[in-house]
Write a protein that binds this ligand. Structure first.
Ligand code: HEC
Length: 180
């Protein structure tokens, strides 16, 4: 293959000096160290790009989502504040039901098109986490779920945690709460 290319280039040289010098330059460049460096740099850039995308959750969206350990130590300032559950419910209906569903089962109207699927707030997997971890997750979000850090006040976010606790399936209630 390489030989045949070389041959055709040398033929071109005989016929048309101009064209050959373009083909010749291109060949030199391709074989030069500089070209290989460029290719290497492009490959490295592409790999870094893919890593950035996946760390943003755009590619590896199905990896488990774990709140950092420190979040377990966060103290719920509205613990046992039953009035806050009502506030949490209002916010939940306004902002969360569209994805998580009205019973928190992860089957809201927007859920079908999402990867990963919205979490089931009534299930063991969610309810076994501490208040702090749930608070941390709804504060920070993860695509396709938004962060509510700036759109909701601290108190509103804790009220949501308290409301999420009421969604627990009967046999899973209050397991793993930060303080019992
Ligand atoms: C655009 C759809 C969408 C909306 C709106 C949304 N979420 Fe989510 N939520 C998700 C998805 C998807 C996940 C799963 C993310 C993952 O596993 O990476 C999730 C996960 C969570 C989790 C983690 C549950 C667990 O078991 O670890 C909590 C807590 C949560 N959402 C709370 C909320 C609250 C509270 C609201 C409203 C203020 C809300 N979400 C609004 C899509 C949404």
């Amino acid at each position: 293959m390489k030989n045949s290319v070389k041959k055709s280039i040398s033929t071109m040289q005989d016929e048309s000096g101009n064209q050959l010098s373009i083909a010749g330059n291109w060949c030199n460049l391709r074989n030069s160290k500089r070209f290989r460096m460029k290719t290497l740099l492009k490959t490295i850039t592409a790999v870094i790009g893919i890593l950035l995308l996946s760390s943003a959750g755009l590619i590896t969206q199905t990896s488990p989502w774990n709140a950092p350990k420190e979040s377990d130590a966060l103290v719920n300032p509205l613990k046992n504040n039953t009035a806050s559950v009502e506030d949490g419910k209002k916010l939940y209906v306004q902002l969360c039901v569209v994805c998580h569903g009205d019973k928190g089962k992860g089957n809201g109207v927007a859920a079908a098109g999402l990867t990963p699927k919205p979490a089931d707030h009534s299930g063991q997997k969610c309810q076994s986490q501490t208040d702090g971890a749930i608070y941390w997750k709804l504060t920070n979000g993860r695509p396709p779920m938004a962060s509510y850090k700036t759109t909701l006040k601290d108190e509103q976010r804790w009220a949501l945690v308290n409301y999420i606790r009421t969604l627990a399936a009967p046999d899973k209630k209050s397991k793993g709460s930060a303080s019992k």
